[in-house]
Write a protein that binds this ligand. Sequence first.
Ligand code: CMP
Length: 152
Amino acid sequence: MERSLVLLKPDCVQRRLMGKIISRFEDKAIEIVAMKLMQVTPDLAKQHYAEHVEKPFYPGLEEFITGAPVVAIVAQGLDVVRVIREMLGATNGLSAAPGTIRGDFSSSRQMNLVHASDGAEAAAREIALYFSQDEICDFDSCMVSWCRADDE
Ligand code: CMP
């Protein structure tokens, strides 16, 4: 079982797409084990996007990600990091395939609606940035036995 940090970014919140996007993850039987609406501060943005801080697009990215609340989610499932990245599609909404979340809802490289961790190591680091351990709910999902076989 794997976890990923998912952020519904400010464009997703402002465009009232939160419910639609969360439904895509629920429809795929991905577990949501933590979720909150919160404001990203410039300091948190710099920690989250540490690898981009020196890039020319970073000031615009920080202004965007701190410009309205985000919904931070811890998603859980088998191979969930890869599965969610594939559900999102390419970074630039204009290049993302139809049927992916960005392909269906975004026409922008910066305003691409959703962030998801790009690997298990990044997921652990990002989850710790956004959530304390006691905010993550470890519970038995009643539908797991109808979503995959015991040996999967
Ligand atoms: P995300 O998956 O959150 O990871 C880094 C973010 O930076 C990315 O989504 C985009 O929102 C943004 N981004 C990446 N490349 C560019 C770029 N060249 N110009 C502006 N924003 C970018």
